[in-house]
Design a protein around this ligand. Structure first.
Ligand SMILES: [Zn+2]
Ligand SMILES: [Zn+2]
Length: 159
């Protein structure tokens, strides 16, 4: 339907995706499996056309979390990337290079939500000035940038 190509990938850059076609519903899932798989408070996912997803570098590894479900992740850095179920494929929202239009529109399995999750943004915010003051001098990031790269020579990778 759309020629737009959406890109993204894991933190280290070994696993990158290119998605051709229209993305579907963006959601957060509060189930216990998503909490564990993401190491977070919920799973942020958007559905993708199953035949429109390419992995131009390495393919993800998969953990079968239940009889019909596989969860894909980078075998090198562990970033959660996919949720594959009999009806389709979903991709972790935070892994997209551009997440600006992927605001979740629905919450699922909200009966399993952590009891305080709706209050987390009530916590006080450290100021930007303090964030900057605490930033380590000379910090060097090994995180892949939020765009496609010809080659990503990061530590330990043979791409
Ligand atoms: Zn990785
Ligand atoms: Zn879930």
């Amino acid at each position: 339907m759309s020629d737009t190509i959406r890109t993204g990938g894991c933190q280290c850059g070994a696993v990158r995706f290119r998605i051709r076609g229209k993305l579907g519903r963006a959601s957060i899932c509060h189930c216990r499996m998503c909490q564990k798989a993401f190491g977070g408070f919920f799973g942020p996912l958007v559905s993708a056309p199953a035949d429109g997803v390419e992995w131009p570098r390495e393919a993800p590894s998969y953990f079968q979390s239940s009889i019909n479900i596989e969860r894909g992740f980078c075998p090198r850095c562990g970033t959660p990337l996919t949720y594959r179920h009999p009806e389709g494929l979903e991709i972790a929202i935070g892994a997209f290079d551009d997440r600006s239009d992927l605001m979740p529109r629905i919450q699922v399995h909200s009966g399993s939500a952590i009891e305080w999750v709706e209050k987390i943004f009530d916590a006080p915010k450290r100021s930007a000035a303090e964030d900057a003051a605490r930033r380590e001098e000379g910090m060097i990031s090994f995180q892949h940038p939020d765009h496609e790269t010809e080659n990503w020579p990061t530590k330990g990778l043979n791409l």
